[in-house]
Design a protein around this ligand. Structure first.
Ligand code: GLA
Length: 380
C-alpha cells in the first residue's frame, strides 16, 4: 500500500489543510468463473494487495476538487449540484459517475478535496476501475457518515460504470473490492449476491502474470458476448443462462446460432466448474484445481473466444511445468491482460524462470509477474 504519510503530505501541499480521511480499496483477481456474473451465475475472485488509495477532507461547500497523482497530477473540479461527463479527463468520470448515482440514494451534504493514487496495472483485467469506484464510495460514505454497506456500494459502483462510464460490466469486480477477505477467495452467487469464503490453500501463492498484450476492442467484444448470452437465454426461454443446463442446450442446439451455442456452453460449464472449484479449494485438492482451471481456460479459448495467442502460449508454458501441482488460466474479461496461477510456494521461482526463458522468445512481448496476497475489501 502507498505510504500514508507521504500522501498526507502531498494533500497538505495541494490544499493547505490536513487530510482526515484515508481509504483504500483493492483490485481483484478472479480464480474462476469468467463472464458468468452478468448471466446470474457464480464467480470466485479474491481481492489483491494492489489497489486505489485516497486521502481526503470534507469541505463546507458542495465543491469536489480532485488531484490524480498518476495522471501527471491533473486536477478536476466540479460541484455536486452539476455533475457532467468530462471528455478531456476520462479518469474523473469514475468519480463523477459514482457521486451522481450515490446522490440518488443518499443526500450528500459535503463536497471534498481529494488526492487519488493507485497501483493496479490499468487495462490488465485486475479491476483498477472498480477499485477506484469503491474507494470513492468508501471515502464519501465516511465523510458524510452514510450507512452504506459493501453490497450497496458494489451495486452503486456497477450502476455508475454501466450508466455513466458506459461499460455494461457485471457485479463481480465491485463486490469483491468491497467485500473481500484476507487470505480467502470469495464464492459469489451473482443472482442472490450471497457470498461464502474459503482460504487460499496454505503454502500456495497467487501468481499473476501480465501478458502485456495491448488490449483492443475490449468494450465492443465484451458487449457482444453479453448479447450472444442473452440471445441464447431467450431461445432456451430462461431468464438468464444461470437457469440453463447442458441438456437444455443440446435440445435447443438447432435453434441457436453457432456462436450463441458456444457462448452458452462456456457459461453453463463455467458455472459448474466454479462451484466445483470452491469445493476443491476447501480441500486444497490441487489435481482437481489444476483440471478445473485448465478446462476453464480451454473453454474461454474455444467456446467463448476471448483469449489471444500470447495468453494461450503463456498459459501453456505454465501448465506444462505446473502439471497437477497447481492451476493456471486467463483471468478477467479477456483479449489480453493477465493470467492467474495458483502455485505451490516452492515452485514459484522455477515457474518464474521458465516464463522468463520462454514467453518473450515465443511472443516478442515481455511479461510482468506479481506475487499477490488475498486482501480485505474496503467495506469488509
Ligand atoms: C470484467 C467485468 C466483470 C466480469 C468479467 C468477466 O472484469 O467487469 O463484471 O464480467 O469481465 O468475468
Amino acid at each position: 500500500m502507498t505510504d500514508k504519510k507521504l500522501l498526507a503530505q502531498q494533500f497538505e501541499q495541494y490544499f493547505d489543510v490536513m487530510a482526515d480521511c484515508f481509504v483504500h480499496a483493492p483490485g481483484r483477481v478472479n480464480l474462476i468463473g469468467e463472464h458468468t456474473d452478468y448471466n446470474g451465475g457464480f464467480v470466485l475472485p479474491a481481492a489483491i494487495n494492489f489497489g486505489t488509495d485516497i486521502v481526503a477532507k470534507a469541505r463546507e461547500d458542495r465543491q469536489v476538487n480532485v488531484v490524480a497523482l498518476d495522471y501527471a497530477q491533473q486536477q478536476a473540479s466540479f460541484s455536486l449540484d452539476d455533475i457532467q461527463h468530462d471528455h478531456a479527463m476520462g479518469w474523473s468520470n469514475y468519480i463523477r459517475g459514482v457521486l451522481l448515482i450515490l446522490q440518488k440514494h443518499f443526500p450528500l451534504s459535503k463536497g471534498a478535496d481529494l488526492v487519488v493514487t493507485g497501483n493496479v496495472p490499468q487495462g490488465a483485467g485486475l479491476s483498477s476501475s472498480a477499485s477506484f469506484e469503491i474507494a470513492i464510495l468508501k471515502c464519501f460514505a465516511e465523510l458524510n457518515q452514510l450507512p452504506l454497506d459493501g453490497i450497496q456500494a458494489a451495486l452503486l459502483g456497477q450502476q455508475a460504470e454501466n450508466e455513466f462510464v458506459g461499460c455494461s460490466c457485471g457485479i463481480m469486480d465491485q463486490l469483491i473490492s468491497a467485500m473481500g477477505h484476507k487470505d480467502q477467495a470469495m464464492l459469489l452467487d451473482c443472482r442472490s449476491l450471497q457470498v461464502e469464503f474459503t482460504p487460499i490453500p496454505p503454502q500456495h501463492s497467487l501468481m499473476i502474470i501480465n501478458s502485456n498484450v495491448k488490449r483492443g476492442l475490449v468494450d465492443s467484444e465484451y458487449n457482444l458476448r453479453r448479447q450472444q448470452c442473452e440471445q441464447a437465454a431467450k431461445v432456451m426461454q430462461v431468464e438468464l443462462l444461470r437457469d440453463a443446463d447442458m441438456n437444455m442446450l443440446v435440445q435447443h442446439k438447432s435453434s441457436l446460432s453457432r456462436e450463441a451455442y458456444l457462448r452458452a456452453r462456456h457459461v453453463i460449464s463455467e458455472n459448474d466448474r466454479t462451484v466445483a472449484m470452491f469445493e476443491a479449494l476447501k480441500h486444497a485438492d490441487m489435481p482437481r484445481i489444476s483440471e478445473l482451471m485448465r478446462q476453464s481456460h480451454l473453454s474461454m479459448q474455444e467456446d467463448f473466444a476471448i483469449t489471444v495467442k500470447p495468453i494461450d502460449i503463456l498459459v501453456d508454458i505454465i501448465h506444462a511445468e505446473l502439471g497437477e501441482r497447481g492451476g493456471v488460466r486467463m483471468t478477467g474479461g479477456g483479449f489480453g491482460g493477465c493470467v492467474i496461477a495458483l502455485v505451490p510456494d516452492d515452485l514459484v521461482e522455477s515457474i518464474q524462470a521458465t516464463i522468463e526463458q520462454q514467453y518473450q522468445s515465443q511472443t516478442g512481448i515481455k511479461e510482468s509477474v506479481f506475487i499477490c496476497t488475498a486482501e480485505q475489501g474496503a467495506f469488509a
